[in-house]
Write a protein that binds this ligand. Structure first.
Ligand SMILES: Nc1ncnc2c1ncn2[C@@H]1O[C@H](COP(=O)(O)OP(=O)(O)O)[C@@H](O)[C@H]1O
Ligand SMILES: N[C@@H](CCC(=O)OP(=O)(O)O)C(=O)O
Length: 368
């Protein structure tokens, strides 16, 4: 079977701080991507840079901040990006396709299925899909904003072997290296803990968004979906392949999970929770360690006006988020049976269609 990866390249690696494309950089990445393809690796590219590439040409002096300005800049820059990639890849005999996606495409399972089919078809025909967020139609509340999360969702969607996030820094440091020159690089991360989040700061350049924090978010989504992640710098000949092989300049995030079914991916990373349930220590143990469903006896309190079938977040009594699931009761019903053993629940409510508050098949743990 062919190997398969997703490569994400950030604005900071493709554009100049003053605005505009760094053509040499695109030419370099095109040859690196083509080399991987000729080594029988199927590659999907997630590229940023549309806003950064386009803003100067339409008269802004710096990267725009307002939504309609970003939309306009992206409309110009995206065309420029694709034109340059296609020309640079054609030199190596590689044909490229443009795929623009939004967060709502991932929230809608039918559209997600369509995107998946289109990507599979492109890959089977040897085409290099080049994905970016569809910035001109995305509204702020629903935007990915940076492409790190988008690349992780794509990596899970196509069941990639690895996600490589290429940026202007050679990995995750103990502190933002632009601020603290004494910071030390972390070569390997086995588990994304609160400490890892705490050391990751925002964007360093004037063109990038999200910084290391959004890369950690992405690494969490991908590794939860069974895809290991590399975050680092790639600018030498053959370095993309070396990074894929485990000897790159950057940080490797390991995975301990197997591929995540699409429904759980949606539940964990794309759904909008309508309420919050607080559970006791016994329920936490049963759900996280023993893979059990959540029963009314373990629920201490419930917040929010949720209905049966809505997504709720589950936390422990310290307020730590444990995961998300689809709730089988509406808020009023659940309020009547909090903490009750199952036999009591049956007596209290006459139309219990499912005893579990959250069934284990409709639950995803988000605790690392
Ligand atoms: N702990 C950290 N280690 C490494 N880089 C960090 C850290 N915290 C913040 N950063 C910043 O993250 C930046 C990369 O993110 P970003 O500017 O969004 O790049 P891109 O455009 O590639 O997505 C780096 O330039 C760096 O200044
Ligand atoms: N979709 C946007 C991505 C914006 C952005 O800056 O992303 P990134 O460089 O990945 O942090 C664009 O193409 O400009």
């Amino acid at each position: 079977m062919l190997r398969r990866i997703v490569v994400k390249i950030g604005s900071s690696s493709l554009t100049t701080p003053e605005g505009g494309l760094n053509r040499d950089s695109l030419i370099y990445f095109a040859s690196e991507l083509a080399a991987l393809k000729s080594a029988d690796v199927q590659v999907v590219l997630v590229t940023s840079g549309a806003v950064a590439a386009g803003f100067r040409e339409i008269g802004y002096t710096e990267r725009p901040k307002l939504l309609h300005e970003k939309q306009a800049a992206a409309a110009v820059g995206q065309a420029l990006l694709m034109q340059t990639y296609r020309e640079a890849l054609a030199v190596h005999g590689v044909s490229a396709a443009q795929v623009l996606l939004t967060r709502s495409d991932f929230q809608n399972r039918k559209r997600m299925g369509n995107a998946s089919m289109a990507l599979e078809e492109l890959l089977s025909r040897g085409i290099l899909p080049i994905i970016n967020e569809n910035d001109t139609v995305s509204v702020d509340e629903l935007k990915f904003g940076d492409n790190d999360t988008l690349s992780a969702l794509v990596a899970n969607l196509i069941k990639a072997e690895q996600l490589l996030i290429i940026t202007d820094t050679d990995g995750l440091y103990t502190k933002d290296p632009r601020i603290d020159p004494a910071a030390v690089r972390i070569g390997r991360v086995q588990e994304i803990t609160e400490e890892i989040y705490a050391i990751a700061g925002g964007a360093g350049s004037s063109v990038g968004t999200g910084g290391m924090r959004s890369k950690i978010d992405a690494a969490k989504i991908a590794s939860r979906g069974g895809v290991p992640v590399f975050v680092g710098k790639v600018d030498l000949p053959g370095e993309l392949q070396r990074s894929f092989e485990g000897i790159g300049r950057g940080t490797y995030f390991e995975t301990h999970s197997s591929a995540l079914p699409r429904k759980k991916q949606w539940l964990g990373f794309l759904s909008t929770p309508i309420g919050t349930l607080t559970v006791d220590a016994g329920a936490e143990e049963a759900m996280l360690r023993n893979g059990r469903s959540l029963l009314p006896v373990g629920v201490r309190s419930a917040k929010g006006h949720f209905q049966t079938g809505d997504v709720v977040e589950v936390q422990n009594s310290d307020g730590e988020v444990l995961g998300r699931g689809i709730v089988n009761y509406d808020a009023d019903q659940l309020g009547q049976i909090l903490g009750l053993p199952s036999g009591e629940v049956m007596k209290r409510l006459n139309d219990v269609h499912r005893l579990e508050v959250i069934h284990r098949d409709e639950w995803i743990s988000l605790k690392s």
